[in-house]
Design a protein around this ligand. Sequence first.
Ligand code: PMP
Length: 408
Amino acid sequence: MIQTVFDILSIRKDFPILNRKVNGYPLVYLDNAATSQTPKKVIDTIVDYYSNYNANIHRGVHSLSQEATDVYEQARQKIQRHFNAARPQEIIFTSGTTHGINLVANGFTSLLEKGDEIIVSALEHHSNIVPWQMLCERTGAVLKVIPMNLEGQLVMGEYHKLLSQRTKLVFCNHVSNALGTINPIEEIIAAAHKVGAAVLIDGAQAAPHIKADVQKLDVDFYVVSAHKMCGPTGVGMLYGKEEWLNKLPPYQGGGEMIAEVTFEKTTYAELPHKFEAGTPNICGGIAFGAALDYMNAIGFDAIAQYEQELLEYATQELLAIDGLKIYGDTKEKTAVISFNIEGLHPYDIGSILDKLGVAVRTGHHCAQPIMDFYKIPGTVRASFSFYNTKEEVDILVSSVRRAKTMLL
Ligand code: PMP
């Protein structure tokens, strides 16, 4: 059944790193939720930029600068089209998801009052918790939490009860990095809007698997990191509705983000430049565009279908191991399996898997509240991408069995 959607062997050839060995074994890379691997087309784009048209953008009169500016702005348009934003100026280049969230959290400092309420979900990554706690410290706003259940889903009834006229902002991830749960963001957004609250969706873990349509979702802010979707590190995007981005003050001051500067008064540039102070990650932005081209050429429907098949197979095979427990038991999830084996520490399992060439994540996955909920120190997390194979799942499973025999 698996491998019917596309030619997996030809896809694997696009990723040079998949040929390497780790500790003498062929690499089995299952840490895609932390960062994905980079296809040759994206690597070539980076080499081409530095070999042929490296220059600072937006200011230069010379040809190289104009060329770099054009390609960078084309990348912004590719991102706009991919997420179906209404206008390119609603796409702000950031250094990644964390930067995008902090930009919005900082902007709301002047828009909140003491006693206003902010809602986050229990399934968040620390980068979608801490900036809001800092915002609460600055403003006197109060943080409320949508609880989760044992299956790793949000308890939506409780969410609806938390909403009131005092709610000003709601933050939730589209997909949980620790468990893979796909959250019902359509319902979350619509209910928040009914009480007049703005919504930020952290799309870091959704973007590699699901093509979000920000207009259809009617979301106010959506943030992603390129490095989780075949792009380079150090670049990402913040989508914001134009009306919201106009209301928020700039995050950082500097070059690029001004209209006019005198010592008496500075006026700010129009969107998107108002939020893009200083020389941006030009090459990164361009390579982000190339990564989207690459993934769209394969197609997100095909990617989702294939990854779901891998997920089902891996879940079934792992559950056949005695004492293995998977956290996040919901049908609506991406290809992430967080598990533990009774009596074993996740770190020990991860270390043995590494000796066998299998790369997984161990620990709290920057989501300590979820681990506290399950009363565990952490999990082993295997996260799959469209370039992983059924054979790699088999290697994972046999390596986990081997680790269990060695450790118990
Ligand atoms: N949110 C989620 C759900 C994530 O998985 C991550 C990365 N693990 C982040 C935010 C932070 O992304 P970045 O480190 O690229 O800023």
